[in-house]
Design a protein around this ligand. Structure first.
Ligand SMILES: [Zn+2]
Length: 498
């Protein structure tokens, strides 16, 4: 077998192992009974070991390195696959095994320590683990590339091609242009919709409405399905099998609606990727940021638009006549676009959300660059909340302890949430020139929008980098101006123009 054939064979096998792990993962997050976890853990560990060997055994590493030496002789797709494989291999082989094992144990232990610390509002009990997690991440980044700034290496792990240079420009734009605007909107008079928002909505009927939305967004039910879970997520093995979940709260109907639309955005992206990539390293969405751009596009730009509720309020009213007795489209538009300074990121609205991310970016950058210590984190957090949103968390549980990411070792991940949303505004700006988006939403023809996104973005899977895609679609590099403009236009219309 020649070099290329054996590379293909190995990738095919890796994909098969990943498929098995994913199916088990879906099962454990949706259907599996509680007591199944022990046996599942044993099986998972065996399969993971095999997968690790396929990716990082001396033989596998040799094969990837040999392919890398001949990279110029391959076509574009194979070149990109080999680059990806090489990066994975380099990340693994450069870390001394003893340190890798110590880190895995640290992450495993930190989960419970963080959960307890959050529950008991006891930052001190988690502090030492947090310090070690940051230290390990910095060290591993330097093993991978001793000449690069370690935070740049970590940022690139979650969003290929992004570094502090680009993120600084992005967040500085938000700091100078968005923060003062948000403060103005927060001060503006607003009608109170809390009675409607916290009214009781039968969960069975909410399920019917989410089912209806699945058709509105043109999700292919022959190649996917919807379930419920505590934390909504999207799952896929190939474009022919894409599943997602939503979460139902009896006293907050918007939870199931917007989680469903958000996940449908991720799911639509996955369903529309070309199947030619199934047995390659180029399947699936290309990056966290681009994925989030799709979920946020459907959730916010489509789902929180006036036109969306012009089309779908009648169905909503039919299911919930009591709760929506005097409700107009305008009321619904305001109700789903409430703005409020809140402590918790995952409960934040579209306008204040990026400021929560900006705070986390500031802290991660200063931590990895050695400018602050874990002892100072809680106070910095509180001060920055005041600076950006004008509120001060009363305790660390609703401050520095609120997110799961750092305890899971994910450093460099947060910025992609805000970046993705900003990508979506830039993509939308181009889409509007080619499609009458508002009319298509109002006339319930979202399939036309899906087709546009398939052709411009989705079909490529991971065969293009985020930067290549953005440039191809919008004829421009990433530019945060579109995001700020989009937010200012929408929220001025909602709250500042009388
Ligand atoms: Zn998402």
């Amino acid at each position: 077998m020649n070099l290329e054939q054996s590379f293909r064979e190995r990738v095919k096998k890796i994909k098969a192992y990943i498929y098995v792990l994913q199916v088990i993962g879906w099962d454990s997050n949706t259907e599996a009974p509680r007591n199944s976890f022990k046996r599942r853990g044993e099986v998972l560990s065996e399969i993971s070991k095999e997968l690790f060997m396929l990716q990082a055994s001396p033989e596998a590493v040799k094969s990837v390195n040999e392919m890398y030496d001949k990279i110029d002789t391959f076509d574009d797709h194979l070149q990109r696959e080999v680059k990806k494989a090489k990066k994975t291999v380099d990340k693994i082989v450069n870390i001394p095994q003893a340190e890798y094992i110590e880190y895995q144990k640290l992450i495993n232990d930190s989960q419970i320590i963080w959960e307890d610390a959050k529950k008991n509002n006891d930052y001190d009990s988690f502090k030492e683990n947090l310090r070690k997690i940051f230290a390990f991440n910095k060290k591993f980044a330097l093993y991978y590339d001793a000449n690069a700034n370690p935070y740049d290496t970590l940022l690139d792990d979650y969003e290929e091609g992004m570094s502090q240079k680009e993120y600084d420009i992005f967040f500085n734009t938000l700091k100078s242009d968005l923060v003062p605007f948000v403060k103005e909107v927060l001060k503006a008079d607003k009608k109170d919709y809390s009675k409607f928002l916290n009214d009781k909505f039968d969960v069975k009927k909410q399920e019917l409405f989410c089912d209806y939305l699945t058709d509105v967004l043109n999700f292919n039910r022959n190649s996917g399905l919807m379930k419920k879970s505590v934390h909504p997520f999207t799952w896929n093995t190939s474009p022919d099998d894409v599943r997602f979940t939503t979460k139902y709260l009896e006293n907050y109907v918007l939870s199931s609606i917007y989680a469903a639309i958000h996940e449908l955005g991720h799911a639509t992206y996955e369903q529309q990727i070309s199947t030619e990539f199934d047995d390659t390293l180029l399947n699936g969405g290309t990056s966290m940021g681009i994925h989030e751009s799709q979920s946020r596009f459907y959730e916010n730009i489509i789902g929180r638009s006036h036109e969306f509720w012009e089309a779908h309020l009648p169905k909503f009213k039919e299911l919930f006549p009591e709760q929506t007795k005097n409700m107009t489209v305008d009321d619904m538009f305001y109700a789903v676009n409430q703005v409020e300074a809140s402590m918790i990121r995952i409960e934040a609205d579209e306008l204040t959300y990026p400021l929560h991310i900006m705070l986390r970016y500031d802290i991660e950058r200063m931590m990895i660059n050695g400018e602050i210590t874990v002892d100072e984190l809680p106070k910095i957090w509180i001060d920055k909340m005041e600076e950006y949103l004008g509120i001060r968390p009363a305790n660390d549980s609703e401050g520095v302890l609120q997110d799961v990411h750092w305890s899971g070792g994910m450093i460099g991940y947060f910025p992609t949430y805000a970046l993705g949303t900003a990508y979506s505004a830039q993509i939308y700006n181009t889409m509007k020139k080619e499609l009458d988006v508002e009319r298509l939403i109002k006339e319930n023809k979202i399939s036309k929008i899906n087709e546009w996104l398939k052709d411009k973005l989705h079909k490529y899977g991971s065969s293009k980098t985020p930067k290549e895609l953005l440039l191809m679609i919008t004829n421009e590099d990433f530019n945060p101006k579109y995001y700020v403009e989009y937010l200012k236009e929408k929220y001025t219309r909602l709250y500042l123009s009388k």
